[in-house]
Write a protein that binds this ligand. Structure first.
Ligand code: UDP
Length: 235
């Protein structure tokens, strides 16, 4: 395996499957199987999951809701997704721990870096919920932050597109995909990999990001084996 410890970022929207809202159990089970493939190979796995399938603070604010209130609701949405994913992973036979940036003692451990790394060393999958615990941030930023904190080798951003393109491939037929690109070039070309806060944090800490299609069978394993799948962003 090319990577010993990874931080997998999954968007909340990915959990919807073909639905318009919420969580598709079939999709959850598929993700659990993909994750099991790399777990069986001994990869240490930390996961940050988004909440966009349930609630986004910005969307609430655009409908007149207080932004901070909305953001906390979004953070709670990530905890719901984290619990769903935890259930699916355990159903598939893996040991897990959910740690949250906001304390919810009945269902999750509080986030404690030392404890999280200990779980990882023991082969438990650690899911980080509630983002960074702060409004005005995203789960991409939480992913990079936790990735740096627990010493992940790479951020794996599993999405429904298969990498970073010269322009939006869904709108532009001659958009070309990058296999590799530097942080600097992403910025110079104005490409969208993660929001700016997440992206600069990753760049400053020299933590590479791989954007890949999580919905394709076996892709996660291939990425961990070092195959050129998706787009790798490095220094
Ligand atoms: N959020 C936040 N602080 C964080 C992480 C998330 O306030 O550190 C809120 C924010 O409102 C965001 C929502 O939680 O819109 C869901 O997260 P995100 O939009 O990143 O989820 P994704 O797009 O990955 O599904």
């Amino acid at each position: 395996m090319k990577y010993k410890r990874i931080l997998l970022k999954l968007s909340g929207e990915a959990l919807m499957g073909d639905r318009q809202y919420g969580i598709d159990p079939q999709r959850l089970a598929e993700y659990a199987e993909e994750i099991k493939q790399i777990h069986d190979k001994g990869v240490e796995i930390a996961i940050v999951i988004g909440g966009g399938n349930i609630f986004r603070g910005v969307a609430g604010a655009s409908n007149g809701m207080d932004r901070v209130q909305g953001d906390y609701m979004g953070m709670l949405a990530t905890v719901i997704n984290g619990m769903a994913l935890q259930g699916a992973l355990e159903e598939a036979g893996m040991q897990t721990r959910l740690q949250t940036a906001l304390k919810i003692e009945a269902i999750a451990e509080p986030y404690i870096k030392r404890r999280a790394t200990r779980h990882l060393e023991k082969g438990r999958i650690v899911i980080f919920g509630a983002g960074t615990g702060n409004p005005y941030f995203t789960t991409d930023t939480a992913a990079v932050l936790r990735g740096i904190e627990v010493g992940a080798d790479v951020i794996l951003k599993g999405t429904r597109v298969d990498g970073v393109y010269t322009s939006d491939p869904e709108k532009n037929a001659d958009a070309e995909k990058f296999d590799f690109i530097s942080f600097e070039d992403v910025l110079a070309k104005g490409l969208n990999v993660m929001d700016t806060t997440a992206f600069t944090l990753s760049q400053e800490n020299k933590l590479p990001i791989i954007v890949f299609d999580m919905n394709k069978d076996g892709n996660l394993l291939k990425v961990c084996e070092g195959e050129t799948i998706g787009t790798t962003v490095t220094i």
